[in-house]
Ligand binder design. Structure first.
Ligand code: NAD
Length: 492
């Protein structure tokens, strides 16, 4: 079994606790790696080191162009090792090889894109209204950033955070999910290889209460960028507020995927199936509420069932597998619990509905792709995030009703609209309360396009050029170039 070490201040070290915990392979259920059980002492060491690296030594002395060059080199190193890193992620989170290798081949783009932005961070000269003054602004990095990530797309979501943070000139302490920590510990080897100064990037693994809380509460951490559940996000937001820390939160969703009568049905069926069963539904943008206009409802459902029932389950490393295991044991139990809740609430089960016991699933934690029809949007199955392969199908009459149902949720992360009417597409995109609206497509993301949530789905945006602003603060500089000092008791 691989036995990992923490990465603090440019060195691989054992955790202060002297303890490790097992990470298992969701397909076999067998432990395959030993992860250091970090604690507050490790967090303090990492944050102190990151603070030193932020305030003195080579990192703050580096030009922005050289910083960008390092990010480029890191992107190139990830591209070279994408296959190896993807294999580790599949082992740790059980997602499909096809999905994780595509993600890892795409991750370098974040480092190339934000590396390119590093030397385009500019202040402004203000056309100041007061005579005798020259005024300009400087954009300065915030300081030490705590990057806390979930288990579903570990390195992709790490890249979304640290690429802009490093481009801005911050230093970071990464706390990966306790379920999928190995890839971050492998990734930092590349950070070291390409020549980042020590302590610019640190990784402390462990559990939320042992590592996450002390990281959030550490006085030298100035910014917390978190992706995970809304319950944890709320707690972090409250803790961070006490010390006026900057916070970005990417949380959960209950995204509506809305199909109108005039849609291209083949495309929409693909979009609906991909929206919920890709990544075994373990994605924050899962299209977990499928809204079908009454005119096509029965026909659509029948054809979607025909397609979804062909989904091949099994070993996530095999190229033909389409639905893999559930990453964590608690998540597996949670999904099965929600299936029971939906049955009790009176939703009509039309596909799946329990554990998958097919021979190709072996000893893994598999849930059958599950579809409930005739769901009422007030049911728990339509309001709460399941984070698994469970779809709620809800009928609607017209645009107004579709909007009312779509927005009747405390979340607002993703949404899909399937229609051939461009006017309707624009109207819907204006009125849906969600951070992303996909029209005649679903689940597309890019390093160039802002991503984030409305309402309980989060605060702030990742990706796109503006994402770098979340790691910067603005300083206002006034120069007297000839103003006469007047009455000292009035504002200038
Ligand atoms: P989680 O909230 O349980 O854990 C996320 C991270 O927070 C982990 O690293 C965990 O150890 C840490 N953590 C736990 N308690 C903490 C505490 N008190 N203080 C600080 N850190 C703490 O979430 P999860 O189960 O790992 O991930 C699934 C959730 O993530 C889902 O709700 C999903 O929708 C969401 N998610 C959102 C996005 C997005 O971009 N919006 C992307 C992926 C996943």
């Amino acid at each position: 079994m691989n036995r990992y070490q923490l990465y603090i201040d440019g060195a691989r070290i054992d955790p202060a606790s002297g303890e490790w915990f097992e990470s298992d392979d969701p397909f076999t259920g067998q432990a395959w790696a030993l992860i250091p059980k970090g604690n507050a002492e490790d967090v303090d060491r990492a944050v102190q080191a990151a603070h030193r690296a932020f305030t003195s030594g080579p990192w703050p002395a580096m030009t922005a162009s050289d910083r960008g060059l390092l990010l480029h080199r890191l992107g190139d190193a990830i591209a070279r090792d994408a296959k190896r890193l993807a294999e580790i992620e599949v082992r740790d989170n059980g997602k499909l090889w096809a999905e994780m290798s595509a993600q890892l081949n795409y991750v370098p783009r974040w480092f190339h894109y934000f590396g390119g932005l590093a030397d385009k961070i500019e202040g402004r000269v203000t056309p100041i209204d007061k005579k005798g003054y020259f005024h300009f602004t400087r954009r300065e990095p915030l300081g030490v950033v705590a990057a806390i990530t979930p288990w579903n797309s570990p390195l992709l979501l790490t890249a979304w955070k640290i690429a802009p943070a490093l481009a801005a000139g911050c230093t970071v302490v990464i706390k990966p999910s306790e379920f999928t920590s190995a890839s971050a510990l492998e990734f930092v080897k590349l950070v070291e290889e390409v020549g980042f100064p020590p302590a610019v990037v640190n990784v402390v693994t462990g559990f939320g209460r042992d590592v996450g809380t002390p990281l959030v509460e550490h006085p030298l951490v100035r910014k917390i960028t978190f992706t995970g559940s809304d319950a944890t996000g709320r707690m972090i937001n409250e803790q961070a507020a006490r010390q006026f820390k900057h916070v970005s939160l990417e949380l959960g969703g209950k995204s509506p995927n809305i199909v109108f009568d005039d849609a291209n049905i083949d495309d929409a069926i693909n979009g609906a199936v991909s929206g919920i069963f890709a990544a075994t539904g373990q994605t924050c943008i899962a299209g977990s509420r499928l809204l079908l206009q009454r005119g096509i409802h029965d026909r659509f459902l029948e054809r979607m069932l025909a397609l979804a029932s062909t989904a091949r389950m099994g070993n996530p490393m095999l190229p033909e597998t389409q639905v893999g295991p559930v990453t964590t044991k608690p998540q597996y139990e949670k999904i099965l619990g929600y299936i029971d809740v939906a049955k009790k609430e009176g939703a009509r089960l039309v596909m799946g509905g329990g554990k998958a016991t097919r021979p190709e699933c072996g000893t893994g934690r598999f849930v059958e792709p599950t579809i409930f029809a005739d769901v009422d949007n007030r049911m728990r199955i339509a309001q709460e995030e399941v984070f698994g392969p469970v779809l709620s199908v809800i009928p609607f009459k017209d645009e107004e009703e579709a909007l009312q149902i779509a927005n009747d949720t405390r979340f607002g992360l993703g949404s899909g609209v399937w229609t051939s009417d461009i006017g309707r597409a624009i109207r819907m995109s204006e009125r849906i309360k969600a951070g992303t609206v996909w029209v005649n497509t679903y689940r597309a993301v890019s390093y160039m396009t802002p991503f984030g949530g409305y309402k309980d789905s989060g605060i702030g945006r990742e990706n796109g050029a503006e994402a770098i602003d979340a790691y910067l603060q603005t300083k206002s500089v006034w120069l007297n170039v000839g103003a006469v000092t007047g009455n000292p008791f009035v504002m200038r």
